[in-house]
Design a protein around this ligand. Structure first.
Ligand code: ADP
Ligand code: ASP
Ligand code: MG
Length: 811
């Protein structure tokens, strides 16, 4: 025989309940089946909520109650087609509802909701659903579980009376019908005969008890997901079904919050060696998960991750505890006697403190009990009063193969550390099947994500991007990401998830990834943003593996990097302001990134997509020393000096540079040499020299007064320079030379200057907006290393930013 348990969602809708019927009838062809059902999805919660309304004397309870009646009636009307059967069922169901209404009314009238009344109320969910299913399945026999599932009262809780239950189950199912229909969850107190239950989620337990006593071939748990998954699929979108789990693994995961199976369920079937299969009522073809003694799927050391929110840590500490025998015994026996369950214990070897993980709702009672127990020790100063920390979450990684694999804890804590998550307490049992640790509740989701990513996502690695700036570079970058998305997913097993996009005015976020087709409209419609709001939103999103990508030229945005890095968010900047700001800030950004294990990358600050900074870093890392840098670093200026001719005057070349997107939005930044100075400062710093912008000697070609006043004034005045430029240009042409605006660094001394180079110089033939860099190093002395190519343009800059992002993804 088999026991099949169907959860709330499996009986919650017409579609699922009809699927249930098919599954059961199919199974019953082969052997007798015992079917255990939960209440219709959401009904138990609603029964409780309605009782609370009645207790508060809120008339709203009646509407809630009518809703429940209506839902059951509608369900019956749709699924039971036989008129006679339907009528009988309506009679049964309405009789139950009448009783329930009376109980609610009683609660309403006398303002009292005892535990007894509450237990009576919640029992109706399963009593109703099981009658409906029993009518739906032809020939099914309905049983009242309260007649054989018996509880007794221990430490203020209802616990199963095993012996009596076993006997009664055997008696009841002496002669198994083809289909037996049993309401899950509900039970009866062996002494008082009052209706009780096995705790929330207890239908699984009812099914396991029946499976164990009746020696079922298998216990099948039918639910709304494809089996036991690597993590809670509501939090981890990439969680996937585990094919096989051992009982121990399943138990560890369930104990730590994997809601898919109610924890006490596993033990009764485990000792009888009855396998559990977890299957999806909505997708019965899927094989689901098998839980059994020995598992063959032995490859992964970690099988799953689970967690419980709303946990608290109580620290019992004091000097007298060192070496004292019996403190732990007193702690645990007292807590147990008060029905407080402890799910994690951590004690340092110095023995002067023990941390105990309990549920938040138990913390006040636990503190009181322990303060009471150790009152004498606290009084004489040998121990401190109990300290409780709330607002925590406990996470466990579970897998029997951990005991054969070294370095799991290292990987676990390393991964958390790199994500800026600090661990408050941790514990690993000697059985090595579980490592549990406590973090602040706000880090729960992030912890689960990073751990899932690092232990399971052999499938895909996810990088979460915030893109700031949707102008030419940002816009192109988003286009490139959109275009490459599938390819990177396929080829690199990488998902680039754009979780935030900000313009200068607005910002939008979505932790599941924004729609890159339609983000413009969404952005326009969104709330106005400011850099501070953007910073807070990005940090508060607290998302794992995240990169802030700055495609703006804004100082205010550059000022945010430090906070981002401190919150373990990598930064990729096309914006040069941060790396060229004062040396101390630059250094702080770099050291913060290093300390936090994240990246601060800004390759496109110099030479757009050309690999200049990366090359300098590679040379230095391999022990080379950069002696001299000579470079044409302004695509704009090179474009201008290549365009200038007898027909195209100077002012016209500047305009063209602007129109063709080579120049900065404000071309004065290029003409004043500011842009080149910034780039030279960045290169020099990366080459190992402490250089500030003010240290750079400047030999400019546009008089200073042109940089004063507004941008309009500048454009208006610019043509006044044309005549002088043309005179000088003619002379240059006659000498067979060309102008290049050259940035030089030698031994830490820096300058920028307009130079005339002859045809033998490597800079002479530099086309269009190209850049060139000559690196003279210890190893490249006689023949400097030369890097040359497009040094400006949105497409190549975006590609350089993209390459920086990829370099982070590939770590
Ligand atoms: P039922 O009503 O069928 O008993 P539950 O809601 O009690 O269903 O349990 C199934 C739910 O458990 C799933 O819908 C899923 O959201 C949640 N869940 C949490 N952790 C896991 C996990 N590790 N694997 C599968 N489901 C999980
Ligand atoms: N209906 C009960 C609950 O919601 C029992 C169960 O579904 O297992 O907790
Ligand atoms: Mg359940």
């Amino acid at each position: 025989m088999k026991v099949l348990k169907f959860g709330g969602t499996s009986v919650g809708s017409v579609k699922s309940i009809l699927s249930l019927k098919k599954i059961v009838e199919n199974e019953a062809k082969h052997q007798p089946v015992v079917v255990v059902v939960s209440a219709l999805g959401g009904i138990t919660d609603k029964l409780i909520a309605t009782s609370k309304l009645a207790l508060k004397h809120d008339d709203g309870w009646k509407t809630e109650f009518d809703d429940m009646v209506d839902r059951h009636h509608k369900m019956i009307d749709t699924i039971i087609t036989d008129t006679k059967k339907r009528e009988d069922l309506f009679n049964t169901v309405d009789a139950l509802f009448e009783q329930l209404r009376s109980i609610y009314f009683g609660v309403y009238l006398i303002h009292d909701l005892s535990e007894k009344s509450q237990d009576a109320i919640v029992s109706y969910g399963e009593r109703l659903s099981s009658n409906i299913v029993a009518t739906l399945i032809g020939g099914a026999k309905w049983y009242d579980a309260r007649n054989f599932i018996k509880t007794e009262r221990k430490n203020g809780k209802h616990v199963l009376d095993n012996e009596l239950t076993n006997k009664l189950v055997l008696d009841t199912f002496d002669n198994l019908p083809r289909v037996s229909l049993v309401p899950g969850f509900i039970s009866r107190d062996r002494d008082t005969d009052e209706t009780t239950n096995l705790g929330r989620g207890g239908s699984d337990y009812t099914a396991a008890i029946l499976a164990a006593v009746l020696d079922a071939e298998v216990l099948e748990i039918w639910t709304d997901v494809d089996g036991f998954m690597t993590a809670d699929p509501r939090i981890i979108k990439t969680a996937y079904t585990i094919n096989e789990l051992s009982y121990i693994e399943a138990m560890e995961l369930c104990n730590f919050g994997a809601k898919v199976i109610y924890p006490p369920t596993i033990y009764p079937v485990c000792i009888k060696n009855i396998p559990i299969r977890v299957k999806n009522t909505f997708n019965p073809e899927n094989p689901g998960t098998i839980i059994k003694q020995e598992v063959e799927d032995n490859r992964k050391p970690i099988k799953g991750i689970s967690s419980i929110g709303g946990t608290a840590l109580i620290t019992v500490t004091g000097l007298s505890m060192v070496g004292v025998i019996g403190v732990n015994r007193r702690i645990f026996s007292k807590l147990a006697a008060h029905g407080i369950s402890v799910f994690m214990v951590s004690q340092a070897s110095s023995e002067n403190s023990t941390s105990i993980g309990v549920r938040e709702q138990d913390v006040a009672a636990a503190v009181e009990v322990l303060n009471d127990e150790f009152a004498a020790e606290i009084e004489d100063g040998a121990m401190f009063p109990m300290h409780a920390e709330c607002g925590l979450a406990t996470i466990a990684i579970v897998g029997e193969n951990m005991k054969h694999a070294a370095g799991i804890a290292g990987k676990l804590f390393g991964t958390l550390g790199r994500s800026g998550i600090s661990v408050i307490a941790c514990a690993q049992g000697a059985s090595e099947t579980n490592i549990s640790f406590v973090v602040k509740a706000e880090f729960l989701r992030k912890s689960l994500n990073v751990l899932h990513d690092s232990f399971f996502l052999s499938e895909y690695k996810v990088l979460n991007l915030f893109i700031c700036g949707v102008g030419t570079v940002g816009g192109k970058l988003i286009e490139q990401i959109k275009k490459q998305y599938e390819e990177l997913k396929e080829r690199n097993r990488l998902k680039l998830n754009v979780v935030g996009i900000a313009s200068s005015r607005n910002a939008i976020f979505n932790r599941d990834g924004l729609d890159l087709e339609n983000f413009h409209d969404e952005l326009k419609r969104s709330e106005p943003s400011t850099p501070e709001r953007l910073r807070d939103a990005v940090i508060n999103m607290n998302i794992f593996n995240s990169v802030f990508v700055d495609c703006t030229a804004s100082k205010d945005i550059a000022m945010l990097y430090q906070s981002f890095l401190e919150h373990n968010i990598s930064v990729v900047a096309a914006n040069k302001i941060a790396a060229s700001s004062d040396y101390d800030s630059y250094l702080r950004l770099k050291t913060t990134a290093l300390a936090r294990g994240v990246k601060f990358r800004f390759e496109t600050n110099v030479g757009a997509g050309l690999p200049i900074i990366g090359t300098i870093n590679d040379l230095r890392n391999s022990g080379d020393k950069i002696l001299k840098i000579e470079a044409v670093l302004s695509g704009t200026l090179n474009f201008i000096f290549n365009e200038i001719s007898a027909d195209v005057p100077f002012s016209e070349t500047v305009l063209r540079a602007k129109e063709q997107g080579y120049s900065e939005p404000d071309p004065r930044i290029d003409l004043s040499g500011t842009d080149v100075v910034r780039k030279l400062v960045i290169l020099s710093r990366e080459a190992g020299y402490k250089v500030e912008q003010a240290d750079v000697e400047k030999h400019l070609f546009v008089p200073d007064e042109y940089f004063e006043g507004s941008l309009e004034d500048f454009w208006e005045r610019l043509p006044r320079l044309n005549a002088d430029f043309e005179k000088r240009r003619k002379q240059l042409e006659a000498e067979g030379k060309r102008w290049r605006f050259v940035a030089t660094m030698e031994g830490g001394k820096t300058n920028v200057a307009l130079k005339a180079v002859d045809r033998n110089h490597p800079f002479y033939n530099l086309e269009g907006s190209n850049n060139i860099v000559l690196l003279t190093t210890d190893r490249y002395k006689a023949y400097p290393m030369q890097i040359q190519g497009y040094g400006a343009g949105a497409g190549v800059t975006a590609a350089g930013v993209f390459a920086n992002i990829m370099s982070i993804a590939n770590i």
